[in-house]
Design a protein around this ligand. Structure first.
Ligand SMILES: *Cc1c(COP(=O)(O)O)cnc(C)c1O
Length: 374
């Protein structure tokens, strides 16, 4: 029998403890100078993030969902258009397409739970305007093929990088492959604020300018509204926190990768358990460590009884959610996603996760497999 430990899925307080003094000082400076919305910290963070990524513009916005929406709107995507999205993602990816008036067109996923590039061409029509690859779980999607298809059909690529800060594909950072990349800084993401926050990155001067305006009521200067827009701004406190954390992101991403390697080794030969498939051409920043298991629900309750928290990202493929019933698609339209969503389970993963927790989770899984086989 294992000696019981309590293993949380993530521990955001552990990270705060490691940067407490710097973060507290930064927040207090924002408050004492009343730089609540916009201002010095927001500009500094946007510049630092763009520089670190190696992109010309970073437009800070209110959250990662708005980031995609704003880009699509400013590209002119709207009613009558179609936008290709993967069947597996957080609903933001497809939701924002509908918000513009366009229609999300779902594509089944591959082993990495990314858009299956061999199934994209079949759904391109003369109404298709854009394609949104999602670098799900922190691993870059198959960008060579996506870029090739997008070029052939004249489609915009908007990369959803919400789970993949500083991941790369063939040595190039995600977010830089298409016309724009979008990021979320939701607290649990690899680079997380202490509330909602997001950003758009692009090398396109005109698009950056339009996104910046649109996110701020269509104005660059107060009262000079060039168009109607929305209110989606990054606030000073979030920017100050993000600036402190940006200095450590590569270290934290490395820690995640080390934990993933450790999991991989410990879970290697367990029957019925598949560790995350790694794409040779892509780096993986392990926002999530997702295994596949034949008896997923039993494994989850077993782990729960051993005080190991797990999660499922995500229980249902997007097109099979009630929200998309109107598309009249079923499991047969997305065979890989349907099969995979029954088997995926996300294990605890955060940079500060102690080694003995990783070992404990792996032993608990090994014990589960041994019992089920005997
Ligand atoms: C988190 C997430 C978003 C949305 O980000 P928010 O900041 O929560 O709006 C979009 N896409 C994916 C894949 C995400 O994981």
């Amino acid at each position: 029998m294992l000696k019981t430990m309590t293993v949380p899925f993530v521990d955001l307080v552990a990270q705060y403890d490691s940067i407490k003094e710097e973060v507290d000082r930064a927040i207090s400076e924002v408050v004492s100078t009343a730089a609540f919305v916009g201002g010095k910290w927001v500009n500094e963070f946007a510049e630092a993030f763009a520089a670190e990524l190696g992109v010309k513009h970073c437009v800070p916005v209110g959250n990662g969902t708005d980031a995609i929406y704003i880009v699509l709107r400013m590209l002119g995507v709207g009613s009558g258009d179609e936008v290709i999205v993967p069947a597996t993602s957080w609903i933001s990816t497809s939701e924002v397409v509908s918000q513009t008036g366009a229609r999300p067109v779902f594509v089944d996923v591959d082993q990495c739970m990314h858009m299956d590039v061999s199934k994209v061409e079949a759904v391109v029509t003369d109404r298709t305007k854009a394609i949104i690859p999602v670098h799900l779980y922190g691993q870059a999607a198959e960008m060579d093929a996506i870029v090739e298809i997008a070029n052939r059909h004249g489609l915009y690529i908007v990369e959803d990088c919400a789970q993949a800060h500083f991941a790369s594909y063939k040595g190039r950072r995600v977010g830089l492959f298409g016309v724009a990349g979008t990021f979320s800084f939701y607290p649990g993401k690899n680079l997380g604020a202490y509330g909602d926050a997001g950003a758009i990155v692009t090398d396109d001067d005109e698009l950056a300018l339009r996104c910046r305006m649109y996110a701020n009521h269509g104005a660059l200067k107060k009262h000079e509204h060039q168009m109607e827009g929305i209110n989606s701004r990054l606030d000073g406190i979030q920017a100050a926190v993000l600036l402190v954390k940006l200095a450590r992101i590569h270290h934290w991403n490395r820690k995640r990768a080390e934990i993933a390697d450790r999991y991989d080794r410990l879970l290697l030969d367990i029957p019925g358990v598949t560790t995350p498939v790694r794409r040779g051409s892509a780096s993986h920043v392990f926002h999530l460590y997702v295994i596949k298991c034949d008896r997923r629900d039993e494994l989850r309750s077993w782990l729960g009884r051993h005080n190991v928290a797990t999660a499922i990202h995500y229980p249902t493929p997007l097109p099979l959610l009630p929200a998309y019933r109107y598309l009249r698609q079923g499991p047969c339209d997305f065979p890989s996603a349907t099969e995979a969503h029954r088997r995926i389970v996300s294990l605890p993963m955060y940079p500060e996760m102690p080694d003995d927790h990783v070992a404990y989770v792996a032993s608990a899984i090994r014990e589960f497999a041994a019992r089920s086989c005997s």
